[in-house]
Ligand binder design. Structure first.
Ligand code: RTP
Ligand code: MG
Length: 139
């Protein structure tokens, strides 16, 4: 089934000027970038986005990293896009990520792991709506 998922190219990647390399992996995997925008997240936006992790020990560090540099927010479309993108991203910890995945190729650490992708279709809808209106998404 054709789905849409939400992606963030994180500050560790924008800082290294490798957003194009990451987009190439996304496109080679058959996902289409149907909306894309560069944004410097405020602390409030990052805290809201990762509110589910508010009680975790790494929350403060995560919010700090996500607001350190601009990010690229994206909507990706394709067959089973939510699960497909999680596959293409690889494991959260790059040491455990499979060969050819974005995190294996580019992540620096478990925290600075280059990309975010929605973990369910429901969350994809919620996350997309935080950054894009329907008019922004051209499928
Ligand atoms: P994401 O939400 O960013 O797509 O990543 P994920 O589902 O693979 O991982 P999740 O468990 O949701 O964690 C969110 C982000 O928090 C950072 N993290 N740091 N230092 C740590 O132990 C740790 N654990 C997680 C990562 O940036 C992770 O992507
Ligand atoms: Mg997650």
């Amino acid at each position: 089934m054709t789905e849409r998922t939400f992606s963030i190219i994180k500050p560790d990647a924008t800082r290294r000027n490798i957003t194009g390399k990451i987009n190439a992996v996304i496109e080679e995997a058959g996902l289409r970038i149907v909306a894309q925008r560069r944004v410097h997240l405020t602390e409030e936006q990052a805290k809201t986005f990762y509110a589910v992790h508010a009680e975790r020990p790494f929350y403060g560090e995560l919010v700090g990293q996500m607001t350190a540099e601009p990010v690229v927010v994206q909507v990706l479309q394709g067959d089973n896009a939510v699960a497909r993108y999680r596959e293409v991203m690889g494991a959260t910890n790059p040491e455990q990520a499979a060969d050819g995945t974005i995190r294996k190729l580019f992540a620096l650490s478990i925290g600075e792991n280059s990309v975010h992708g929605s973990d369910s279709l429901e969350n994809a809808g919620i996350e997309i709506a935080q950054f894009f209106t329907d008019a922004d998404i051209v499928g």
